[in-house]
Ligand binder design. Structure first.
Ligand code: ATP
Ligand code: MG
Length: 472
């Protein structure tokens, strides 16, 4: 275990604990990830202390440098500071007991064993001693090492108790399974299914932290399938749960939109680490259940699901307590536009349609293209290849047009103020319509995206409705 605590910081904590007559242990995620060989250079380090975590944190920080800022959370009995790549958090060992109607435990001082009992999973309860008598010894009361070897998530105590004490742990189980590509031990999973309804007492802020971590795992589908199978998805994201299933009429079915969406999310995740692009993938077909229709002769349709879906995004973000600013607008936009590149790749495409796509997507065009490519899922490989080839052509044409016309972030070369001055108009509808006629003419390729051409076009357009520029 010594390799996990080779950093100088650990001997410093050990010396300080010894001199203060107390005990300290490294515990939790740091130990787990070190044993798994996951990158732990950047990892937060949790130290559990017999007695006051706050006192020891202050003493250690002072020894590193008197200037270090120690943040203290007195209510939780914790203190933390940053040093090098690590944030080190100290907590006093404690014993927790819960009543059934609240997440707030009754907390008492305890020893290492009590503290390990309150941990969520065996693999998160592993501790390494920083004490003189057994420095570097692994303390593993629940056989966490064997669970690490077998890639298993299992609760240290009877699972029903662990989950009813803090139902968020059900989501954490799934999050760790997804992040680490582990299985959840059957008895533990059965208990999650039994207790899924209890998730209702957990705040969405905490739920969403876990959802984001599931989405950031290499294959988020692992986590979302477990969420579905456990009954949790229905409780926390009912609109996503509804994507599952296939209706049949006249012997015709449609794709299972849940499976399809997860495939798209995995495809996107293989190409990008962007959390918001992954959210866009997760929500891109969210309105399929509400727009689904069977039309005789045509089959199943989901007409308008991209627009309705994009309108659902703010409500979902709000409920999940996700940020309501630029990230939400980005997801909304990608959901709204997700069919556009595909449609272009199927028709003989005009430059004007490409310019409009560039204009509407702006700087997000590359992400949109990535999402659309990820959206091409089919069991028929020839079909996928065919679509991808057409898609390549759209990509190339988009590049050519962007190089020529610079549409991506374009603002029409003449703005409203200039139009007002030029024709001595009052701000209003007429100004707006003249301004947008310039934009339309550029997007349609009638005039180039240049000032002189725009001015000439504007004068001609204004003359058609009987307006002349004022003499200077
Ligand atoms: P990571 O930080 O990589 O997401 P982690 O295991 O460090 O993983 P944290 O949420 O930082 O997870 O928590 C640190 C440790 O605290 C965990 O390893 C676990 O022992 C304990 N822990 C955290 N949340 C809970 C909880 N809800 N119930 C029980 N123990 C918990
Ligand atoms: Mg952590």
């Amino acid at each position: 275990m010594k390799k996990c605590i080779s950093d100088r910081i650990f001997s410093l904590i050990a010396d300080t604990a010894y001199e203060s007559g107390t005990e300290a242990y490294v515990i939790g995620g740091y130990v787990r990830d070190c044993l798994l060989g996951r990158d732990h250079d950047q990892k937060d380090i949790d130290i559990v202390v017999k007695g006051s975590g706050i006192d020891l944190a202050r003493k250690v920080a002072r020894r590193i440098s008197p200037g270090i800022k120690v943040t203290v959370y007195r209510n939780f009995g914790t203190a933390m500071f940053r040093t090098g790549n690590h944030i080190i958090e100290f907590v006093g060992a404690r014993k927790e007991s819960y009543s059934s109607d609240s997440r707030k435990p009754i907390v008492e001082d305890g020893d290492l064993e009590d503290d390990q009992n309150r941990r969520d999973f065996t693999i998160n309860a592993l501790a390494i001693s920083l004490n003189r008598n057994n420095y570097g010894e692994l303390i593993d009361p629940f056989n966490g090492i064997s669970d690490l070897d077998q890639c298993l998530i299992r609760t240290p105590l009877e699972p029903g108790r662990t989950f009813s004490d803090d139902p968020l742990r059900m989501l954490r189980a799934i999050r760790f399974a997804s992040q680490l590509d582990f299985s959840i031990q059957p008895e533990t999973f059965e208990s999650i299914r039994k207790n899924a309804g209890r998730i209702s007492i957990v705040s969405y802020e905490r739920i969403t932290v876990e959802l984001n971590k599931i989405l950031m795992s290499s294959r988020p589908s692992l986590g979302f399938r477990l969420l579905y199978d456990s009954g949790l998805l229905e409780k926390i994201m009912p609109e996503f749960y509804k994507l599952k299933g296939v209706d049949k009429k006249d012997n015709q079915g449609h794709k299972d939109n849940f499976d399809h969406t997860l495939q798209v999310v995995d495809n996107v995740s293989a190409m990008s680490d962007s959390l918001w692009l992954r959210w866009a993938a997760l929500l891109h077909d969210i309105a399929k259940p509400v727009t689904k229709k069977y039309i005789e002769g045509t089959g199943w349709t989901f007409h308008g699901h991209e627009f309705i879906g994009s309108k659902m995004v703010p409500g979902i973000f709000k409920r999940l307590k996700l940020p309501m600013g630029d990230s939400m607008r980005y997801v909304k936009k990608l959901v709204a536009l997700h069919l556009r590149p595909i449609i272009l790749s199927q028709e003989s495409v005009t430059d004007s349609a490409l310019r409009r796509l560039l204009f509407d997507a702006g700087d997000d065009i590359d992400d949109l293209m990535l999402l659309c490519e990820a959206d091409i899922t089919s069991k028929n490989e020839r079909k996928v290849k065919h679509h991808l080839r057409n898609f390549g052509i759209v990509r190339k044409k988009l590049q050519e047009i962007e190089q020529k016309d610079h549409i991506r972030n374009f603002q029409p070369p003449i703005d409203g103020n200039e139009i007002i001055k030029m024709f001595n108009l009052k701000p209003g509808r007429q100004v707006g319509s003249l301004k947008s006629s310039i934009k339309e003419a550029i997007l349609d390729g009638i005039i180039p995206n240049e000032y002189k051409a725009a001015r000439e076009f504007l004068i001609k357009k204004a003359a058609e409705i009987g307006i002349k520029p004022v003499e200077k």
